[in-house]
Design a binder for this molecule. Structure first.
Ligand SMILES: NC(=O)c1ccc[n+]([C@@H]2O[C@H](COP(=O)([O-])OP(=O)(O)OC[C@H]3O[C@@H](n4cnc5c(N)ncnc54)[C@H](OP(=O)(O)O)[C@@H]3O)[C@@H](O)[C@H]2O)c1
Length: 230
């Protein structure tokens, strides 16, 4: 049975990725920092599709991430796919010359260091997989080619830097598939109700990379299953 860990899987895009991969027969680890919401989501998937396990993980907290890796290894001896989905836009992230150091640091802590930290903590478990895959949920807002328009600068820079993490990890982990994905503008708490895509559409490329994409596709930035510029 293939295993997948999705961070921030209690709602939004992460929840939908977890649902689709559970439906495909994965043992889904529902990563969430909120135990109540995470447990509820995992129970829902387990009842409907089979195997799903809640894993408490706050990606901004290294102790929580280390504990999560230990707890995971008590249940499974390998991890096939890691989806670094958890992300934030901090209130007040509005103008590059006005955001505080603290706002910037908090954003990077979750969106950039978080995925690196989780990948590092789960690298040994991923190495036990025949086809290890790491999927970093990034954003077109992080693109340096026409991406920046002044909107949410700390968030956008954190995703530019996350894309840097993706290429560095792809170089460091040659038999892994490590990629960044832009899900598009998706109707979630973060995306808002006017967003153009459903969660199903937002999850599509992530689920494809987790389950069907060729293993030698690595070190890329993708949207709609196609490579896009950094
Ligand atoms: N929606 C869009 O239009 C859009 C566009 C481009 C990229 N993205 C990216 O897609 C990903 C998912 O976004 P979404 O739209 O589904 O947002 P969302 O509905 O706000 O969900 C975000 C998820 O991340 C979790 N999270 C935040 N900080 C965390 C932490 N420190 N540790 C663990 N979990 C944490 C949240 O948990 P809580 O419930 O506990 O807060 C929640 O489960 C993000 O990386 C986002 O940047 C979204």
């Amino acid at each position: 049975m293939k295993t997948v860990l999705i961070t921030g899987a209690n709602k939004g895009i992460g929840h939908e990725v977890a649902r689709q991969l559970a439906a495909k027969g994965f043992h889904v680890f529902v990563g969430a920092r909120d135990p109540k919401a995470g447990r509820k989501a995992a129970e829902g998937f387990a009842n409907k599709y089979g195997k799903a396990t809640f894993l408490e993980i706050d990606v901004a907290d290294s102790d929580s991430v280390a504990t999560a890796a230990r707890e995971f290894s008590k249940i499974e001896d390998h991890l096939d796919v890691l989806v670094n989905n958890a992300g934030i836009i901090v209130d007040g992230d509005e103008a590059i010359l006005e955001i505080s150091d603290e706002l910037f640091r908090n954003t990077l802590e979750t969106n950039t260091l978080g995925p690196l930290r989780v990948t590092r903590a789960f690298a040994a478990l991923l190495r036990e997989s025949k086809e290890p895959r790491v999927i970093n949920v990034s954003s077109g807002g992080g693109q340096l080619t026409g991406g920046a328009d002044g909107w949410a600068p700390a968030y956008c820079i954190s995703k530019t830097a996350l894309n840097g993490v993706t290429v560095q990890l792809a170089a460091a982990l040659p038999n892994f598939a490590v990629n960044s994905v832009c899900p598009g503008w998706v109707r979630t708490e973060m995306g808002g109700e006017n967003a153009t895509r459903s969660v199903e559409e937002g999850a599509d490329t992530i689920v494809w990379l987790a389950s069907e994409a060729p293993q030698d596709l690595t070190g890329k930035f993708l949207r709609d299953r196609k490579e896009i510029p950094w």
